[in-house]
Design a protein around this ligand. Structure first.
Ligand SMILES: [Ca+2]
Ligand SMILES: [Ca+2]
Length: 155
């Protein structure tokens, strides 16, 4: 009985140690508002228009997805997402996909990376960064993009 108890304590101590080593502590949060998608790629050949949705994530966070807008290459989402802000580089990955129904796999319409550190780095003295109207441009095109409002801050 005593050995079983000792074993459980030992296991608990190991788990605590592992979680402490692995846990990367968030130091703040990031708010992303997905606004317009403009002049997006046509990925439904023969059907004229794509069915775009946006997948986005910041390193260390899980991916998030907007709703699908049907039959359009110019659209507005107006959807807000929150991510954790960890120490290290802060790259926001933005992908637009065409939802295909039935057996077809969804098609990638464009992808871009927005480096938050290029705009602003929050500090203890100025803990909030905010940039509106950021273009996530695909293929370096000014006419093919998703527009974002971004706010990131320390706790
Ligand atoms: Ca398609
Ligand atoms: Ca489609």
């Amino acid at each position: 009985m005593a050995s079983k108890f000792t074993f459980i304590i030992f296991l608990f101590a190991i788990l605590c140690l592992l979680s402490h080593v692995d846990a990367k502590k968030a130091i703040g949060s990031v708010k992303v508002v997905v606004l317009d998608g403009e002049e997006l790629a046509d990925k439904d050949r023969g059907a004229d228009l794509s069915d775009p949705y946006v997948r986005l994530w910041i390193d260390g966070n899980s991916k998030k997805t907007t709703t699908v807008k049907k039959n359009t290459l110019n659209t507005y989402w107006g959807e807000t997402f929150f991510f954790k802000y960890y120490p290290g580089p802060h790259k926001l990955h933005v992908e637009v996909w065409d939802r295909d129904y039935g057996r077809d796999k969804d098609d990638l319409m464009g992808k871009a990376v927005v480096n938050l550190d290029n705009y602003c780095k929050p500090t203890a003295a100025a803990p909030v960064c905010s940039v509106d109207g950021v273009f996530a441009e695909f293929d370096d095109s000014h006419f093919n993009y998703v527009l974002l409002d971004l706010t990131w801050s320390l706790f």
